[in-house]
Design a protein around this ligand. Structure first.
Ligand SMILES: Nc1ncnc2c1ncn2[C@@H]1O[C@H](COP(=O)(O)OP(=O)(O)OP(=O)(O)O)[C@@H](O)[C@H]1O
Ligand SMILES: [Mg+2]
Length: 260
């Protein structure tokens, strides 16, 4: 009888220990799964936050572009035409030739400035004549600066791509060229555009210090240029790559494919 009781007690202890081990293992497995779920949830939240930030940035750029368009049209149509009207009426004034000439020159200067500002805000040439003509004109203006030599070449077919694609490429190009002027210490910059039915490629090469955005992620001064570039390219579903060239310089390639 005693022997039977000892056996039962032994079985109870073994079963109890096994139960506790299984319980402990269950708790460990539960915590493991719980932790993995939490990490997955956290990753999902971070992704959503990033996505939201990107969408916000896209919306900011779009709003800015609309506002620039409004100001540009108002400057051109309102201020520009008022100045032109004044210029014409001046010719009928009975004032000395010297005064008339001075007034005329000042007015012509003001008209040109209004045109330039309006064109910076909304490159009308881009909408009317397309990316190639607009970039040609931009390069021509930049070549007035004698420290850097800008060369432009275009290849392929003479076709137009959607307005938002042309505008995005133009704005990105403006920022890239502006950055080169500010930071690269380059002497020669080449801009090449290849147009085809299936898309477009823009290549900017310079012989400056060499640069990739990864080198500037921890920049102390908050800057928008590179972030805007990324956002604009993302909006048109394009790709942009930066490459340091040897022995010096940078090559930036923008690739956009028509998605039908
Ligand atoms: N072509 C380049 N050559 C060398 N460094 C560059 C070049 N382009 C950008 N950088 C570096 O990357 C940083 C970030 O560029 P980004 O265009 O975002 O800012 P920014 O031009 O300084 O300011 P913002 O564009 O907002 O007016 C610059 O401050 C500069 O240090
Ligand atoms: Mg910049």
């Amino acid at each position: 009888m005693d022997e039977q009781q000892t056996l039962d007690l032994g079985t109870v202890i073994i079963l109890g220990t096994m139960g506790m081990i299984i319980l402990a293992m269950g708790v460990v497995v539960f915590f493991f799964i719980y932790q993995r779920r939490m990490i997955a949830k956290q990753n999902e939240l971070t992704m959503l936050e990033l996505q939201h930030q990107k969408e916000l940035m896209g919306a900011v750029i779009q709003t800015k572009e609309l506002e620039q368009r409004r100001i540009a049209l108002e400057l051109h149509d309102d201020v520009g035409s008022t100045l032109t009207a004044i210029k014409f009426s001046v010719s009928s004034f009975t004032i000395g030739d010297k005064d008339k000439e001075l007034l005329n020159n000042n007015l012509a200067d003001a008209i040109q400035k209004v045109r330039r500002i309006s064109n910076d805000l909304l490159p009308s040439i881009l909408e009317e004549l397309g990316l190639i003509t607009a970039v040609k004109s931009l390069i021509k203006t930049l070549n007035d600066n004698k420290t850097v030599n800008y060369v432009f070449e275009s290849f392929g077919e003479q076709i137009r791509h959607p307005k938002d694609v042309e505008l995005a490429c133009y704005r990105v190009l403006q920022e890239l060229l502006n950055n080169i002027l500010k930071y690269a210490h380059a002497t020669e910059v080449r801009v090449e555009i290849v147009l085809s039915q299936s898309g477009l490629v823009v290549i900017v090469t310079d012989d400056g210090d060499g640069f990739v955005p990864e080198d500037h992620t921890n920049h102390e001064r908050p800057s928008l240029g590179l972030k805007n570039i990324e956002s604009r390219i993302q909006q048109i579903k394009g790709e942009i790559t930066y490459e340091k060239r040897l022995p010096k310089g940078t090559k930036v390639l923008i690739d956009w494919k028509r998605h039908e």
